[in-house]
Write a protein that binds this ligand. Sequence first.
Ligand code: UDP
Ligand code: MG
Length: 340
Amino acid sequence: MNAPEVSVIVPVYNEEAGLPTLFERLYSALDAFGASYEILFVNDGSRDRSAAMLREQFARRPDVTRVILLAANAGQHMAIMAGFEHSRGEIVVTIDADLQNPPEEIGRLVEKMREGYDLVGSIRRNRQDSAFRRYASRAMNRLRERITRIHMTDQGCMLRAYRRSIINAINSCHEVSTFIPALAYTFALRPTEIEVAHEERFAGESKYSLYSLIRLNFDLMTGFSLVPLQWFSMVGISVSFLSALFVIFLAARRVLVGPEAEGMFTLFGIVFFLLGLVLFGVGLIGEYVGRIYLQVRHRPRYLIDAVLEDAAAAAARDSGPVPVPVPATELTAAAPETRE
Ligand code: UDP
Ligand code: MG
């Protein structure tokens, strides 16, 4: 079996309620579009019936279906990474399993890619999420625009298409805590964006808690920018400058007016403010150091329990990865191969 033109990667985490409809719509959309394709489902350690349902779907359409079963929950971005490493298509499309991104839009992404772009992002038209999520996303988008060199209108939308050269560059990175759209953007030579429809979650709840959303955004900020640390140094410099002026003022006042006796609570106020600032700085450095620690341990980013695929597809893959040039700087930045 030759490599298909399009690989569609779907991370799946406890999505049993929506999977039957996803199968129906995804396969018919791709069949109707007409390009040769494969669909790679990555089960991200689901605890419901998702894995069994993916097995059934593989039995139904083994020609175009491949399933990677991860041994434990590794997170959406790591699940997609596992998919990237197993994908073979020249164009790789990522899509969520919850039908918020309509599968019918994949064709439009692929057509845009055929115009010669190497990365097609997407912007959700009439985003159907809670007001809090929409507002927080807008704020994070704005912050990211300021502190990184990455330009995306809608960083949270995972319906995106990537060319093989970008996938190969990403695969050579082995990043532990990353944000795939941003990482891909750093390798893109000709990126573009299109608007896509957005629907309410078909079934089930969002798999992101507030805590995991915050962690993900920290991955984005720390992974692609040192600006937070630099801002912090600037704040430190300004505070020391102001304190120096204050000390001079107090010394002069002592000589001219006499010793201070009152103002204890003012002092407390100032000290607590500075203490808060210091704790914030330590935490911020901790975010970077923690990620460095995770990275240097070189533990596997995810464990694969099983891969279901057609024997012919496996043979095609094992005949060796397609050599595609990766920019030299990216290759030298890559961690040594330690997985699998
Ligand atoms: N997902 C995953 N692992 C996780 C969390 C989510 O594979 O730990 C998948 C999930 O099944 C879905 C996609 O990532 O296909 C997006 O998740 P969700 O729709 O819950 O996120 P939201 O739309 O709320 O941002
Ligand atoms: Mg969703």
